[in-house]
Design a protein around this ligand. Structure first.
Ligand code: FAD
Length: 473
């Protein structure tokens, strides 16, 4: 192994290879996942600065038979970016590769390196007069490489799609250490199999993404946010239908938040004023991005809400008067996972169900869980516009969250995922499989799809060098 470490130091420079041999170096930021569910031990953390260095690192590790865990911002929620506890894996951190290579305004694209932090890309796009719409609560630290490797979703999917839909081209280092230059800014290219789509969402198991060409959009003339209380989930789904009809392509966000989820924000972050939550079972956050003007957007919102009130779909509503107010409302939504963490460890499910079936799914699954585990507390919120719910389960009041997780997680997952299957949904809408759900996936994925996935992995990485034990065993 010493020989490999020396080779890696030759490739990226001595300062960019961190190991436990130096007692002054703390590797825990790379070895522990965001939710603190896993703390592994790396052979080394390697931080290349260029694509050619990534390729040379992968070649050297492959020659030594050492596996690699690609890592971006390490904000993933399914234990996919941290090493196992063997002390034999190399963490390949892409964060030094953070250049915006080009912005092509006429082609509405930007080509960026994998380690660029998402928020930095949003800002670079805005500075050039464009919108880069991918947006999620971890945007201050997650990277575009990680976003693509997990096919991240976020709050704007209802209009702009997932990371996959925003990506036109990729540069990838293969498991053999070759560089595939697929950085095309083409919107049309039917020249065989779509390799880009294979690597997007592959969670570091098929190749290392080193750069990407992403779509840009014109900046909207106005962006308005409304917060509406609804009498039920059925009403929230009806409001979504009305919003599609009234706002058309202007509908850029549609989030639902259950009463208990909002009560946790009110409890743990009292400085945030959460509107309307106490008297209503659900609240909805809507965003309208308009290419004409703020007046036009406000008029559209008013007509939508009038119709919704008349139909009994909305019980109460506020429209943000300023950008600052809009940010405060979004901040409440984004604080739900943090408030949950404050309340204690919990069992997370990031599921998708056809929108039309969500109310029935929740009614049945809520009742099932409450029957099976008396006192259980359900935290329900998410991207309703995309049929994506964060259906999380918190220990009964006063219970020990760690013990709850230990004793109940497997059972709760079974109950929830069986329901998801019954309602023709997916057990992972956004976060991926990683190491957390790798043993659960086979029970819920079509067997033919699983076999095809195994063949693809075997073809691209026969040595099983890239992120072994993640997505597939
Ligand atoms: P990491 O966590 O470093 O890695 C994630 C996976 O991608 C790992 O399997 C890793 O091996 C692989 N990987 C990373 N970089 C590369 C690369 N360059 N090449 C190949 N493989 C690579 N996700 C959503 O989709 N929507 C949300 O709304 C959302 N909200 C979140 C809110 C919070 C508060 C937090 C903490 C997370 C949230 N996430 C969400 C999850 C997470 O932020 C995303 O999965 C994000 O895309 C991960 O990016 P990252 O750079 O941190 O990747």
């Amino acid at each position: 192994m010493n020989e490999l470490i020396t080779t890696l130091r030759d490739i990226v420079g001595p300062a960019q290879v961190l190991t436990h041999d130096d007692p002054a170096t703390d590797l825990s930021a790379w070895e522990q996942d965001w939710r603190k569910r896993s703390h592994g031990r790396a052979l080394a953390v390697v931080r290349p600065g260029r694509t050619a260095e990534v390729a040379a690192v992968v070649k050297a590790c492959a020659a030594a038979g050492v596996s690699i865990v690609p890592q971006g911002g390490n904000t993933g929620l399914v234990v996919g970016a941290v090493p196992d506890d063997s002390g034999t894996q190399v963490v390949l951190s892409l964060t030094r590769m953070n250049a915006v290579r080009t912005i092509d305004g006429d082609n509405l694209t930007m080509t960026v390196e994998a380690g660029c932090v998402l928020q930095m890309l949003q800002e670079a796009a805005e500075k050039a007069g464009f919108l880069f719409p991918l947006s999620l609560a971890a945007e201050g630290s997650c990277t575009i490489g990680g976003n693509l490797a997990t096919n991240a979703g976020g709050t704007q999917v209802v209009r702009y799609g997932n990371a996959r839909e925003l990506c036109l081209g990729l540069e990838v280092v293969t498991a053999q250490g070759e560089i595939w230059n697929g950085l095309s800014g083409l919107r049309k290219d039917n020249t065989g199999y779509d390799l880009r789509d294979l690597f997007v969402g592959s969670e570091g198991t098929l190749g290392v993404i080193t750069a990407a060409t992403m779509k840009l959009y014109p900046l909207p003339a106005a962006q308005l946010t409304a917060w509406a209380a609804v009498p039920s989930l059925e009403a929230a789904v009806q409001l979504l239908g009305l919003a599609h009809r009234h706002l058309g392509a202007g509908l850029t966000g549609f989030e639902v938040m259950g009463q208990f989820a909002l009560s946790l924000v009110a409890k743990h972050f009292p400085q945030q004023r959460v509107p309307l939550w106490a008297d209503h079972p659900y609240c909805v956050l809507l965003e309208n991005s308009d290419s004409e003007s703020e007046d036009h957007a406000r008029g559209q919102f008013e007509r939508l809400l009038e119709t919704a009130f008349e139909n009994g779909v909305v019980s109460d509503a506020v429209v943000a008067e300023s950008l600052q107010q809009a940010h405060a409302l979004w901040h409440i939504r984004e604080s739900i996972p943090l408030a949950q963490a404050e309340e204690g460890l919990n069992i997370k499910h990031d599921i998708s169900i056809p929108v039309s079936k969500i109310p029935a799914f929740c009614a049945e699954t809520d009742a099932l869980l409450r029957r099976e585990i008396p006192g259980v507390r359900l935290v329900n919120f998410g991207h309703l516009g995309d049929g994506n719910l964060h259906y999380n389960v918190q220990a009964p009041e006063g219970g020990d969250p760690a013990a709850f997780l230990r004793e109940q997680e497997e059972r709760v997952n079974h109950l929830v995922f069986d329901q998801v299957a019954r309602f023709e949904g997916s057990i992972s809408a956004e976060h991926g499989i990683g190491g957390l759900k790798v043993d659960t996936l086979p029970a819920y994925k079509d067997p033919v799809a699983l076999a095809l996935m195994r063949s693809i992995r075997q073809a691209l990485d026969p040595q099983n060098i890239l992120n072994p034990g993640r997505v597939l065993r």
